[in-house]
Design a binder for this molecule. Structure first.
Ligand SMILES: Cc1cc2nc3c(=O)[nH]c(=O)nc-3n(C[C@H](O)[C@H](O)[C@H](O)COP(=O)(O)OP(=O)(O)OC[C@H]3O[C@@H](n4cnc5c(N)ncnc54)[C@H](O)[C@@H]3O)c2cc1C
Length: 436
């Protein structure tokens, strides 16, 4: 493979300032959120970039891919690099194609926006709100890129109503296949779906048209409870409030105390935080008080809602790990047992504690425990199954959403296996099975 020749070609194509072989840039381009998993952290480094390029437009993303394919250099696409579990690590070296300088907001319309891959989700939400609209969902890593969210993410603020992002979130995509004559390939609706949540292994997303909806009058409610069980007792009722809340997160005392200091999260108490439509505020307050809790404060405004989102989903685990370095691991979990059998769920792992997110149907969460070894983590899987807890083993980097379909598509869109090599494995073992 011709990395040096590719670097020379890309310097002409993209400009000197948008190509780098500096050691520090290569190091930065070779890490993601993998350290959240102590099992993967023990295996790092799993790969190192040999070249980084920052194409500044969707067309230049396509031209960069075409050049890399001609030189037979592996291509690992990258947004903000917040993806968990090694998804963005260039395991075969080669080129890291960083999209964060391709950030044109191409078109806002009624019910949609067209953006280039590197535009941050928080920017889209801010700009949509200013036009009386909102995105259907965004992750707790709100500064991450739309291309990275579509390729590595699954949901977040907005998911109680809209589910996960492979369900009608993207209306159309301009993708780039790994071909010598690569250009932008426009796919819509059902044709776009197979490119989502597979880490760029079947095509690189250069531009996306995503759905918007009318902006609602959101309020951020912070409540606290004497016990976590009291907070859990209102999770399902919160999910059923009308209009549907955008986010409902709760934490036991240890997790709540690990979060950034906030007067809405008092020490020594379990915390519940919810982004609610103004019309449901009174009913939500009544639920909190009936369960023995108290409303600490209410916030409003785009910035405040983004801040609340940044302490939801995986983030409480990240804060826990900052407070107790090297101590905890986590699993993604789901099911009513998280509420109905919480004491038994917490006992599956030493030091077990749950961060929970309300969803329609069944709650989801992050179960943290004290880490001793990978085998001890896996040993808990049978007990979780017995308890009726669905789980996703997040300590692996393989595409585990529709892997066979992705492999089938990649046979034509990436015949030489140059896109994010190392992430596509058709036969997943039981340990990596997605059940949550
Ligand atoms: C603390 C923490 C909290 C998180 N919370 C959430 C959450 O609430 N919801 C959620 O869904 N995720 C969450 N994540 C995972 C991740 O942050 C999100 O999925 C994020 O949106 C990824 O965006 P990114 O720009 O950082 O992508 P990256 O990390 O740069 O990339 C993610 C994956 O997509 C590929 N990729 C990047 N750009 C493209 C492209 N243009 N085309 C094709 N492939 C591409 C990469 O190769 C990689 O495999 C969390 C992660 C952490 C560490």
């Amino acid at each position: 493979m011709g990395v040096a020749a590719l670097a020379a070609e890309l310097r002409v194509l993209l400009g000197e300032e948008n190509v780098s072989e500096d050691a520090a840039a290569l190091d930065r381009a070779s890490v993601d959120g993998a350290r959240l998993s102590p099992i993967i952290a023990g295996q790092l480094p799993l790969g190192r970039a040999e070249l980084v390029a920052w194409p500044t437009s969707a067309d230049l993303i396509a031209a960069t891919v075409a050049a890399a394919v001609r030189h037979q250099v592996p291509i690992t696409p990258r947004g903000k690099g917040t993806g968990n579990y090694g998804q963005a690590i260039p395991m075969s070296g080669g080129l890291v194609l960083d999209t964060t300088r391709a950030r044109a907001v191409v078109e806002f319309g009624d019910g949609y926006v067209v953006v280039e891959a590197g535009v941050p989700m928080a920017q889209i939400e801010h700009e949509a709100n200013a036009r009386g609209q909102q995105v259907l969902m965004y992750p707790s890593t709100a500064n991450s890129s739309i291309g990275g969210f579509l390729s590595g993410g699954s949901g977040g603020t907005g998911s109680i109503r809209h589910g996960m992002l492979h369900q009608d979130f993207a209306l159309a995509l301009d993708v780039v296949h790994a071909r010598e004559d690569a250009g932008l390939v426009h796919v819509e609706g059902a044709e776009a779906e197979p490119y989502i949540h597979n880490y760029g292994t079947a095509g690189i997303i250069a531009r996306a048209k995503i759905a918007l909806e009318p902006l609602q009058p959101w309020k951020g409610l912070f409540a606290s409870f004497g016990t976590f069980e009291q907070a859990l007792s209102v999770i399902r009722s919160f999910a059923d409030l009308e209009p549907t809340p955008r986010l409902v997160s709760a934490d036991p005392v240890t997790l709540a105390e690990a979060l950034p200091a906030d007067e809405g999260i008092p020490a020594g108490r379990a915390s519940l935080r919810a982004i609610l439509d103004q019309a449901s505020l009174e009913a939500a307050t009544a639920l909190v008080e009936q369960a023995g809790g108290r409303v600490e404060l209410i916030r409003e405004g785009t910035q405040a809602m983004l801040r609340m989102s940044r302490i939801s989903y995986n983030h409480p685990i990240e804060w826990l790990q900052k407070s107790f370095p090297g101590k905890y691991f986590h699993l993604e979990v789901a099911g009513d047992a998280l509420i109905d059998r919480i004491a038994e769920v917490e006992q599956v792992y030493a030091g077990g504690m749950l961060h929970i997110e309300a969803q329609k149907g069944r709650p989801i969460g992050m179960l943290a425990g004290i880490y001793s070894s990978a085998d001890e983590v896996y040993a808990g899987f049978d007990r979780l199954t017995e308890l009726g807890v669905g789980f996703h083993n997040c300590h692996q980097w393989y595409v585990d959403y529709q892997p066979e379909r992705t492999a089938e598509l990649a046979r034509t869109t990436d015949p030489r296996g140059l896109l994010n090599p190392g992430k596509l494995q058709q036969e997943l073992t039981v340990r990596t099975g997605r059940q949550a």
